[in-house]
Design a protein around this ligand. Structure first.
Ligand code: NAD
Length: 350
């Protein structure tokens, strides 16, 4: 039997190949060939995502069967159906997800239905590429689940692709990644490996996120933040707790994903760290401060992103119901949370 003070754990990380380095987009064809794919559909978001999709298609040459630049945040069902239709129409045998969590999210939903393998080329810090978590939305309801089928087989991290990531998306998606890490330090499923990754990711974000936001062209900061994003995605794959459940409920009300995480993170951290001494100690070390929740608040305040839930469209009267929904989940780790607690920090974040 394990000694009482050492927590038991199960380490169950998805097998993934990770290719990292400036200019590594050029290796996308080799990754596709390793998987024996010859008709790959590239999934991207509209706008600049389409240009990235076209670049990937050019590198793939005859291995590409098209660019589907129609991905939308939270994968509305109609968007998922259009993606599936594009795959069938082109008889694709694989997917490249090029872009942020929205492009990766659409590729995952297609893979869930078809079993097609994904190669991910992430360009934000949201971390979805490293998780088996999928999500689809319909009206005010978002459904999520886990399935090994949706885990990208390869990830290509090319920091050059993030040089033009706008400061607001840089900051918000990185705070989403930091939420994976902070929560990963207190969830019951945490393991020695996930805690080491979470701590290391927080250390890198603590040093390099501010420079990446204020000077997007800072190559060292971009590379360090992308490494931190990978580590944070692997932490998210391990499990979630109060913070992500709350963000999920708010996401269902139509609030933007990364910004919601960014706004509530300092509040949930302040609440939960009181019952999580080891998480607190690790965050203090990573962020070089005895008050890690305050550092998270200061980071948020220094970024050019919305600061309050009211700024991103939450109606005040929705707070009690959202609090009740989260409290009803009966989350106990690291400390019991009541509807009154959630109402209190949602009101503060409002
Ligand atoms: P996003 O993918 O929606 O991208 C935000 C905006 O930035 C888009 O307009 C996009 O076109 C643009 N953009 C992306 N990369 C760019 C670049 N390098 N240069 C210029 N513009 C760029 O944002 P996100 O925060 O990465 O993803 C949010 C979505 O990801 C949500 O739907 C969320 O649910 C999902 N998500 C899922 C998981 C998971 O494990 N399943 C984890 C985190 C987030």
């Amino acid at each position: 039997m394990a000694p009482a003070l050492v927590q038991a754990f199960v380490h169950d990380a998805p097998a993934q190949r990770v290719v990292f380095g400036a200019g590594s987009l050029a290796r996308v064809r080799a990754e596709v060939e390793r998987l024996n794919l010859c008709r790959v559909l590239i999934i991207a978001t509209p706008g600049s995502g389409r240009d990235l999709g076209a670049r990937v298609a050019e590198i793939l040459g005859a291995c590409a069967c098209g660019v589907h630049a129609e991905a939308v945040m939270h994968v509305p069902r109609s968007v998922a159906e259009a993606g599936l239709a594009a795959v069938r129409q082109r008889a694709a045998d694989g997917l490249i997800a090029a872009g942020g969590g929205s492009a990766i999210g659409l590729a995952k939903i297609i893979a869930l239905d078809t079993g097609l393998p994904i190669v991910a080329v992430p360009t934000t810090y949201s971390g979805s590429e490293a998780t088996p978590i999928w999500g689809i939305s319909e009206g005010e309801r978002k459904t999520t689940g886990r399935d090994a089928k949706v885990v990208p087989r390869s990830i290509i991290y090319d920091p050059d692709l993030t040089l033009a990531l706008p400061p607001a998306v840089t900051a918000a998606s990185a705070m989403n990644a930091m939420a994976h890490c902070v929560e990963g330090l207190w969830i019951p499923e945490r393991t020695p490996a996930s805690m080491a990754f979470a701590t290391e990711a927080m250390r890198r974000f603590g040093v390099f996120l501010q420079p990446a936001v204020s000077n997007g062209g800072d190559r060292e900061a971009r590379a360090e933040c992308l490494i931190a994003a990978w580590l944070s995605g692997t932490v998210l794959a391990v499990g979630t707790g109060l913070h992500h459940k709350l963000a999920h409920v708010l996401g269902g009300l139509g609030l933007p994903h990364a910004e919601t995480h960014a706004i509530i993170l300092p509040h949930v951290a302040r609440f939960n760290l009181e019952g999580a001494p080891e998480a607190r100690e690790r965050l203090s070390e990573a962020l070089a401060s005895d008050h890690p929740a305050s550092i998270l608040r200061e980071m948020l305040q220094s970024f050019p992103i919305p600061q309050r839930l009211r700024d991103i469209g939450l109606a005040r009267e929705k707070i009690p119901d959202a609090a009740d929904q989260v409290a009803a989940l009966g989350i106990k780790d690291p400390r019991p949370v009541s509807a009154a607690d959630v109402r209190q920090f949602l009101t503060a974040a409002y």
